[in-house]
Design a protein around this ligand. Structure first.
Ligand SMILES: Nc1ncnc2c1ncn2[C@@H]1O[C@H](COP(=O)(O)OP(=O)(O)OP(=O)(O)O)[C@@H](O)[C@H]1O
Ligand SMILES: [Mg+2]
Length: 332
């Protein structure tokens, strides 16, 4: 069947592709076509009529084209910190070289591996403590010691419960079914409710919770999800605070955006950790966080929720003085 698509359309289309195409005549070795993406692998953009040996600027691609194979060839190669999948097909006396940048898949594969190993690690520690606590309880006669080990066991169960809950929230956020359902509601009231929920965490260090969101402040967001995000920020502001510290929540609105801030007078975040704290499982300096419960998933949940609202989250912090987290979301 003869196609009536003209060459111009086809060439424009091939130039749009985010994949490389190089066509070489198998007999004369002359390059016949190079699309826009593949031009980065050439020494000279004026390739027309030239032998590929003069023009190809990359040893891997050069050897794949030179390889006199009967069958199609497939290889994964690293070029300038990117990973490419290169397929060489032989079709009607031509060699067609198809180059795909597979770096994002590699990054994804690595992230998945890291995620599974992090989850296993985070579960392994409480499980082994739990196991030895139960064994001790089994042997122990002294009621005081029994109570002590029951408390240890309870704490570890809470830790695992917290991790599983966070993982479920993340999994739900990542699934397509769980979409953002925006509505208008009162942010001041929502902050009051979160403060009430987290009040028990403030007692030990006598942290003061201050709601400076104006009364009846209208916010347009998914009420449940924003509540999860704000709760995580406020919980952090309490957990990483000092004795008699303060947590202040504010909100302002312009014609396009609402910005909510959660500010604390706590320990602050070192500058080099700031780009990392929104990553899953990242916790600043495990030793300082060890005594403070948590798994390092909270801020990645916050980031997820903010981005699902087409918004942004960031932090300004001074070590030893405190941190201020910003959530900025569109009003419509
Ligand atoms: N307000 C804050 N002040 C100082 N450090 C903070 C603050 N918020 C977060 N951090 C640092 O960033 C790290 C990541 O925070 P995140 O909320 O993701 O995890 P977490 O609090 O350790 O555990 P989780 O929230 O999963 O219970 C924390 O471990 C802490 O070191
Ligand atoms: Mg947290």
């Amino acid at each position: 069947m003869k196609s009536n698509i003209n060459d111009g359309i086809l060439i424009t289309f091939l130039d749009f592709l985010k994949e490389g195409i190089i066509i070489v005549d198998d007999e004369t070795k002359v390059i016949e076509f190079v699309n826009r993406f593949a031009k980065k692998f050439l020494k000279d953009e004026n390739y027309e009529g030239k032998n590929f040996k003069e023009v190809i600027d990359n040893d891997y691609i050069y050897s794949l084209i030179s390889y006199n194979q009967e069958k199609d060839v497939k290889a994964e190669v690293n070029i300038d910190n990117q990973k490419y999948l290169i397929n060489v097909y032989r079709i009607e006396g031509k060699k067609i070289i198809h180059i795909q940048d597979i770096t994002p898949f590699e990054v994804y594969k690595q992230a998945k591996k890291d995620f599974v190993s992090n989850v296993s690690h985070e579960l392994k520690t409480p499980i082994s403590v739990l196991k030895s606590a139960v064994e001790t309880i089994e042997e122990e006669k002294d009621p005081v010691m029994i109570k002590k080990f029951v408390n240890i066991a309870k704490k570890r169960i809470e830790q695992m419960d917290h991790l599983i809950n966070d993982l479920l929230i993340l999994a739900r956020l990542e699934s397509q079914e769980d979409q953002v359902k925006k509505e208008r509601y009162d942010l001041h009231k929502q902050i009051e409710e979160i403060f009430e929920d987290l009040k028990h965490l403030t007692e030990e260090k006598e942290i003061q919770l201050i709601n400076q969101v104006p009364n009846k402040f209208d916010v347009y967001a998914d009420e449940q999800k924003l509540s999860i995000a704000l709760k995580n920020l406020i919980e952090n502001a309490i957990k990483y605070n000092k004795q008699n510290g303060k947590v202040i929540v504010k909100a302002v609105k312009d014609s396009k955006y609402t910005t909510i801030t959660v500010e604390d007078t706590g320990i602050g975040i070192p500058e080099e950790s700031i780009p990392l704290i929104f990553e899953r499982f990242y916790r600043v300096d495990k030793s300082r966080s060890r005594n403070i419960g948590g798994t390092g998933l909270g801020l990645s949940i916050v980031k997820h929720i903010t981005e699902a609202h087409k918004g942004k989250v960031w932090v300004e912090s001074k070590l030893g003085e405190g941190s201020k987290f910003f959530i900025k979301i569109p009003n419509t």
